[in-house]
Design a protein around this ligand. Structure first.
Ligand SMILES: *[C@@H]1O[C@H](CO)[C@@H](O)[C@H](O)[C@H]1NC(C)=O
Ligand SMILES: *[C@@H]1O[C@H](CO)[C@@H](O)[C@H](O)[C@H]1NC(C)=O
Ligand SMILES: *[C@@H]1O[C@H](CO)[C@@H](O)[C@H](O)[C@H]1NC(C)=O
Ligand SMILES: *[C@@H]1O[C@H](CO)[C@@H](O)[C@H](O)[C@H]1NC(C)=O
Length: 711
């Protein structure tokens, strides 16, 4: 029986050869013409005989040819030659049938013809556990099945004939990826043979026999991988055998499913062979990549898997980069936002806690404390524990050491003099004495200077002396101890160190009490900041009225002797429980010095003492009162040194029994210098407590004094 290859190019080739023959020699042409005629006749005869059992064969290895495949529904032959039955659209089906009808029945005997086919398919699910219904290899009476329905009908049947009631003329091998109880599907991953019904006549879970082990291995039809199917139908035995395996594996020797069916009666005379794929409520992309078919005996040619058109990149692979890029982009944007936000916060914070540091400060490094640390220690300068002439004092706890500190913020606008001051501060932070409040360091920032001291739990002495709120007045023992502490501290400043340090602002407010009620001098040297001040034309007189030695108004210079004067005022303050000058005193009322002096002259000096002391050591109170007056001597030359003061307090030197002469002679009022004090010095109005002995006693005018000060 002649064999015709269904080669789409064969007729074209014949025409070409005919054209070539025209130019040949007539003799040869005639001979050839006869031969061609015979061949053509034979071919036509063969073709006609195909329906009567002639073999028909076709192979699609390197892609499907559009003209030979009739597609319907959602199916397309892609540009790369894939037969895509469906894409990932729900509720669709697609058909791809070989264009020409074939006859599976021997024309003369009516016996079914053998056929052999193999194809490679891939089912790419949209989601791994929600996918379409699968693919069927089908013999059908029409390439577009009448009233075909998607979903469980696999696009092969309509709803009226899908259980075999009708005579649909369809025989199919289903690669079913959904379980439909209506058709008694065994599972959602099986291979079955369907004859005129979706209820398979035989089916088995998808599996292949591993050639090596001989064991049956399950595999998934919807893995998205290439898989190969072989269908062999033997016309004599009417046995149909189906074998499946992952593509690339050797063909299993044992078929997975088989069934005996009389194809002569089961399918129509003109039957189309091809594929159907369907999606339901979920979807897959169903692909057939290669197909070879032979009808009329013999095996279908093998498929060269290496020549198959490639699958399009899978959704996940396709989406991955996009998703990845999108995610990365979003992450990048987020990170950028976070980073820029953090930078803004940091810059703000940094600006908020920025400080100045200049080259010259490097040598003071150890004494310089970072603003950041102070800011943290004081919790942003919240805890105000005091406000004085020099600035505000805050409580803080240094993070690193856990030490309690007092931070004094001093406003300082001028840059001039700051350098000298900082140098002095740095050197003064080397001062160590148990009656000095330890200066730990400094910090400088935009017109602000911060001095960091040890924190004194019991606050300043003046609070204890004058605050009405204090429940118990300080006993004389306490006061006597504090007075001696301060004297020792001041002596150390004057004589105990390599340099003479003038305190400049001795007063009870600057005496702090530690946890053991020891008196400690604080703020030493601070007044010097204003000495270095911005206006070199004026020498400011700095201190607190009532504690200012009279010669200050003339010379403008603070000396150890002016400190002694202030210490005298302090002694009287402690012993009398009165400020040297009461705040609301009118200027004519006598000052504390005058008051005590009056009592002394009247021989009743003890009347001047603070009544709250109670029964104290009378002799000691008297000693302190007398020493206070002695230190308050208007003539600096008549005042004792701090060393003498300490000796007197210790009882090692006597204190004069009668008031020194000059003390009573020069108690004239003096107002002239008030105006030239800066704001820190003019806290209290002056009164007659200070006198000027260095001026001729007769001719004092305000103008003259003004001149003296500002010169
Ligand atoms: C599927 O194919 C149809 C045309 O057949 C098209 O309109 C649709 O956009 C495709 N869907 C996807 C997800 O590719
Ligand atoms: C269903 O298929 C049968 C047999 O193929 C046909 O006779 C019938 O007309 C079809 N029904 C519809 C609704 O297309
Ligand atoms: C294969 O699958 C079937 C049904 O899903 C199951 O009964 C069988 O145990 C599986 N075999 C193997 C080796 O996993
Ligand atoms: C197969 O079906 C055809 C047509 O109905 C019939 O002629 C033939 O006898 C059947 N063959 C067998 C073996 O039953």
């Amino acid at each position: 029986m002649p064999l015709t290859r269904w080669d789409p190019t064969s007729t074209e080739r014949c025409k070409q050869s005919k054209r070539r023959l025209v130019s040949f020699h007539i003799m040869e042409a005639a001979i050839l013409a006869v031969l061609v005629a015979v061949l053509l006749l034979l071919a036509r005869g063969g073709s006609a005989a195909a329906g009567a059992g002639a073999a028909t064969e076709f192979v699609f290895t390197a892609g499907f040819a559009r003209q030979n495949v009739t597609t319907s529904g959602a199916a397309v032959v892609t540009a790369s030659g894939l037969l895509q039955l469906t894409n990932e659209t729900n509720e669709v089906f697609g058909h791809g049938f070989y264009s020409a009808p074939l006859r599976f029945k021997d024309a003369s005997t009516g016996a079914p013809l053998s056929f052999s086919t193999t194809f490679v398919f891939a089912i790419v699910p949209r989601y791994p556990d929600a996918h379409g219904h699968g693919i069927a290899f089908a013999l059908a009476p029409s390439p577009a099945v009448a009233g075909a329905v998607a979903g469980k009908n696999l696009g092969l049947f309509n709803t009226s004939d899908n259980t075999g009631q009708g005579r649909s003329g369809i025989v199919a091998v289903e690669l079913d990826t959904a379980r439909d109880d209506e058709f008694r599907d065994i599972d959602k991953n099986h291979v079955g043979i369907d004859v005129n019904s979706l209820e398979s006549v035989n089916s088995t879970p998808a599996a292949y026999v591993d050639v090596g082990t001989g064991r049956l291995v399950n595999f998934s039809l919807v893995s998205g991988n290439l898989q190969q199917v072989w269908v062999e139908y033997d016309g004599a035995s009417m046995r149909m055998e189906v074998t499946v395996s992952p593509a690339g594996m050797p063909r299993p020797a044992v078929p997975l499913v088989s069934y005996t069916v009389n194809l002569s009666s089961a399918v129509a005379d003109d039957t189309y062979v091809g594929f159907s794929g369907a999606n339901g409520a979920a979807s897959s992309s169903h692909y057939v990549l290669g197909w070879s078919f032979r009808l009329g005996g013999g095996r279908a040619p093998d498929l060269d898997l290496s020549k198959l058109p490639p699958l399009p990149p899978s959704r996940s692979k396709k989406m991955m980069p996009l998703l990845l890029i999108l995610t990365l982009f979003l992450v990048a944007v987020l990170v950028l936002l976070l980073v820029s936000g953090a930078v803004v916060v940091l810059v703000r914070r940094r600006r908020r806690i920025a400080e100045e540091e200049e080259d010259w400060e490097i040598e003071y490094g150890p004494h310089r404390i970072r603003y950041k640390d102070l800011h943290a220690a004081t919790r942003g300068f919240r805890d105000i524990i005091g406000a004085g002439g020099f600035g505000t004092v805050y409580h803080g706890v240094l993070r690193r050491s856990g030490a309690e500190v007092a931070v004094k913020k001093v406003a300082h606008d001028s840059r001039q003099g700051l350098r000298e001051f900082v140098s002095e501060i740095a050197s003064m932070s080397r001062l160590r004495h148990r009656n000095l409040v330890q200066l730990l360091g400094y910090c400088r920032r935009r017109g602000e200077l911060m001095l960091v001291y040890d924190y004194m739990v019991n606050g300043s002495l003046d609070k204890h002396l004058f605050d009405a709120g204090k429940p118990a007045a300080l006993s004389w023992e306490r006061r006597a101890k504090i007075v001696r502490d301060v004297a020792a501290g001041l002596l150390y400043l004057h004589e105990g160190w390599e340099q003479v340090v003038v305190h400049r602002d001795i007063k009870s407010a600057n005496v702090l009490l530690d946890a053991d009620m020891n008196g400690r001098l604080s703020d030493f040297g601070l007044a010097r900041l204003y000495d270095h001040g911005s206006n070199p034309q004026t020498t400011h007189v700095i201190g607190t009225l009532g504690y200012l030695a009279p010669e200050m108004s003339k010379t403008g210079k603070a000396t150890t002797s002016t400190d002694v004067f202030a210490f005298g005022a302090f002694l009287l303050e402690v012993a009398c429980g009165r400020r040297p000058m009461e705040r609301n005193d009118d200027l004519d009322s006598p000052g504390l010095v005058d008051l005590v002096l009056e009592h002394w002259k009247a021989g009743r000096i003890m009347d001047a003492r603070d009544p709250k002391i109670g029964e104290g050591d009378e002799a000691d109170v008297e000693l302190v009162l007398k020493l206070g007056l002695l230190c308050s001597h208007p003539d600096p030359r008549c005042r004792p040194s701090m060393r003498q003061v300490v000796q007197i307090l210790e009882g090692a030197a006597p204190v004069p029994e009668t008031p020194p002469k000059d003390l009573e002679n020069n108690n004239r009022l003096f107002y002239g210098y008030i105006e030239s004090f800066d704001e820190f010095a003019t806290v209290f109005p002056t009164s007659g407590t200070t006198t000027v002995t260095t001026q001729p006693s007769s001719s004092h005018s305000n103008d003259e004094q003004q001149e003296v000060i500002s010169g």
